[in-house]
Design a protein. Structure first.
Length: 494
């Protein structure tokens, strides 16, 4: 019983610090990216978006499989960590070499000669990311997310200031590249010193093989997902202009920041938690339900709120040059509404060692996703994003289907559990998007909507928070009272 209490406290503490880290990380990143967006404009961001697509795919091949395997396995030692370190450097070198050789062809394909040299420099991130993934695995196993929180925000702040200074000095896209490099170097060094971990001169193929037997399915699944997620960038780039890529990239960034914060919290905390409970089906199902309910309580109002304030938000943060991205932002946010549902279900599947199911799901979903993309291409960017949003909602049923048997908690029960949070969020959205502007007009304060975007958005945000809290209390939402209980417990512990 005492061990169970300690474990529950670790989960609670982990959720607190991981959430705090992601909010702080995303907030710092968001503010810095807004400043850089104003200094650089859509074209520069479009070029960076294209290059990051290739680096992100490379990072998945290097990091995802082994990192997940290190977290999922019940017992690991220095031998596994050192073997993964050296294996990561080998794979990083191979992928970097491929990108280095292919960079001229990539530059030709996207009709931008500058990409050749910039991609070669940006791809150095692969080496640092390989080491960081091991450090994250150690932190996740120990559930010491306070350290990760401090290190991440410190690296974000230092690299962000450097990026802004370079952009101000007219460094162009190079400002974004060096910002990313500095962030990864700083994060790697801070974690290395804090964890007091250095790899040994040890490599065991048998230990790599043991980890890879589980991790390769997760890696391939992540690779398929990442390629699909980034597929829209080259399609938009070839059909339209670098500016269009920049508008889409920035529109997607707003909801993606929120979704990634939630996803990273759930992945970092839920995977080790699920892994410890993999032999206790009832407790594991309860944990899955709580994760989905809590995620819905947070994600639904944030996404609907983002949709409601998209126009003044873009005008305030980015300026009129980015106005076209507001419509794209609304469509992207619809797809991200259910991001937490995907993450929770897939982590539950991974935790019981069924990476084979995980891989099959990714293949099925991405075949469907590519079909949806191909069908929607002739109708323009907005139609592509509408089709994608519908596809994302359908995928909640696909991801949850195996947990019908694995956890005894399938898609229909999950959606029924999310329904109260959805209704409360729709009430809030209707009030903020329709009633607030209407009330301002009939009371003679319409000038606020016409001449002051900041004033309008402040009124919308404040009223939205109040309405959602009132709706949650009136409907007695389970998640609201669970959060209040968690905060109360933490206050007593302090």
């Amino acid at each position: 019983m005492e061990n169970d209490n300690i474990f529950q406290k670790k989960i609670t503490s982990g959720l607190f610090w991981k959430t705090f880290e992601n909010i702080g990380d995303q907030l710092i990143t968001f503010v810095i990216s807004m400043v850089l967006a104003r200094l650089l404009g859509p074209d520069k961001y479009g070029t960076m978006t294209v290059m990051l697509m290739f680096v992100t795919i490379g990072n998945v091949m290097i990091q995802t499989g082994f990192q997940t395997a290190l977290i999922q396995r019940k017992n690991i030692g220095k031998e596994e960590l050192s073997s993964v370190f050296w294996m990561g450097l080998i794979v990083s070198s191979i992928i970097y070499s491929i990108l280095f050789v292919c960079s001229p062809d990539i530059a030709v394909f996207f009709k931008d000669e500058a990409i050749k040299d910039m991609l070669r420099v940006l791809s150095l991130i692969l080496f640092f990311g390989s080491v960081i993934s091991i450090e994250y695995a150690i932190i996740s196993r120990n559930m010491d997310f306070k350290l990760q929180c401090i290190a991440t925000m410190l690296a974000d702040l230092i690299s962000g200031i450097a990026g802004i200074v370079l952009a101000y000095k007219n460094a162009g896209t190079w400002a974004l590249i060096f910002q990313q490099l500095i962030k990864h170097v700083m994060l790697m060094l801070i974690l290395m010193v804090s964890l007091r971990w250095l790899p040994d001169f040890y490599f065991s193929f048998s230990r790599i093989k043991g980890l890879f037997s589980y991790g390769w399915k997760v890696m391939v699944s992540g690779l398929i997902d990442t390629i699909y997620s980034n597929l829209y960038t080259p399609v938009i780039s070839k059909m339209y202009t670098p500016s269009a890529v920049g508008l889409y990239g920035k529109a997607n960034q707003f909801p993606q920041i929120i979704a990634n914060a939630m996803a990273q919290t759930m992945q970092s905390v839920m995977l080790p938690a699920f892994s410890r409970l993999q032999d206790e089906r009832r407790e594991s199902a309860r944990l899955l339900r709580n994760a989905i309910k809590l995620g819905s309580f947070i994600m639904f109002p944030l996404m609907f709120g983002l949709i409601a304030v998209s126009d003044p938000l873009i005008n305030i943060l980015l300026g009129s040059e980015w106005a076209e991205s507001a419509a794209l932002l609304r469509l992207c946010a619809i797809g991200y509404l259910v991001w937490h549902v995907h993450v929770a279900n897939l982590q539950a599947i991974n935790a019981v060692g069924r990476s084979d199911i995980y891989l099959r799901l990714e293949i099925i979903k991405k075949l469907l996703g590519v079909t949806v993309l191909v069908v929607s291409i002739p109708y323009g960017i907005e139609s592509m994003l509408i089709f994608k949003a519908v596809y994302d909602i359908i995928c909640t049923f696909i991801n949850a289907w195996p947990n019908r048997k694995l956890q005894g908690y399938g898609p229909l029960r999950q959606w029924m559990d999310m329904l109260p949070e959805l209704i409360a969020s729709l009430i809030m959205f209707a009030f903020v998007y329709y009633l607030v502007p209407f009330a301002l007009n009939i009371t003679g304060f319409s000038y606020i909507t016409e001449s002051c975007s900041v004033g309008l958005m402040l009124i919308q945000v404040i009223s939205g928070v109040i309405i959602y809290i009132l709706a949650a209390l009136f409907m007695r939402l389970e998640s609201a009272f669970a959060i209040l209980k968690m905060l109360s417990q933490r206050k007593r512990q302090e």
